[in-house]
Design a protein around this ligand. Sequence first.
Ligand SMILES: [Zn+2]
Ligand SMILES: [Zn+2]
Length: 373
Amino acid sequence: MRTRRGICYPKVEMGCERLTVKRRRDFDGEPTNRRKISKTAPETAGDLDLFDELPDDLVLCVLCKLSSTASCPADFIHVLITCKRLKALALQSIVLSKASKKMLAVKAKNWCESAERFLKLCSDCGNIEALYTLGMIRFYCLRNRGTGASLMAKAAIKSHASALYSLAVIQFNGSGGSKTDKNLQAGVALCARAAFLGHVDALRELGHCLQDGYGVRRNISEGRRFLVQANARELGPWLVWSARAHHGPGACPLLSDFGCDVPAPEAHPANQFLSEWFAGRTCGPGPGFRMCSHAGCGRPETRRHEFRRCSVCGSVIYCSRACQALDWKMRHKAQCAPLERWIDEDGEHELNGNGDIHGDVEVDDGDDPMIES
Ligand SMILES: [Zn+2]
Ligand SMILES: [Zn+2]
């Protein structure tokens, strides 16, 4: 922010800053050529600060740019607390409506009433990232299913791909309700919309739905086409990553369906919040409820046995095919050990994939059936 000094603008006679050159001597008594700027506060001098002369629309323009490009909430908050004028302008709806998802990426450990109020304020200004983030937090963390789903729906109406996909996951699982609340057709329709907007997980989910005839008429060739598209979109960031030679130790290789090492996709801040939220609680999502085993997801079960589990080892569960596919390639492929059968915590035999669960998510032979060969 240069608005304080306004060095980009024509020089104005301020009279509040005087440059004095003093001869100073070092420890040996030799004169040095250091200059010292003696500054007098404009308030005490009774003169105008150049910042006060900047028109509001210009400051708003700068704040909009800052809010849409900030890499963390602190970037914005530091400006907000600088002075009353900046605070008043920074809270204008035009600024909040442009806030990026990283600017709204509140940490779970910092969650408080004022954080929720700020997200709500941004949501009310029409910020779709705030609508989605707050919707996910309310739905899964605060268990306020109604308002959470409503906020996500508002973001989905405005074509927010992640919101569309999350609502699809809710419909596929009947999250927040009972098994009878599953609506596969609605899930496929939401997935199709998110896939149209280029959402990779939605493309993959839709591909498998079409291949398996799950919630939609079976069409194997069309399903394969969506899976190819999902892989092509995964490879895009990898090409940029590879071209820039970012092969540092922090990179997490993900074997794509085409056998290329691509970096793992960055989780949305809402998913990161969910993971942190439940990791920081001793009882997790609640007694008998478990988390999706894909590390980048963070979705918990909203009722017992809601998510589907790996039919080979039975030790991992997933909210969706997309999570299973990613986790399989990044981690579970090396860990999955076949078991003839398993017994859940209640001593009941688990379904083998043909029961109430989305059977096509099951792993039958130790090889991810979703991976195209
Ligand atoms: Zn998941
Ligand atoms: Zn397994």
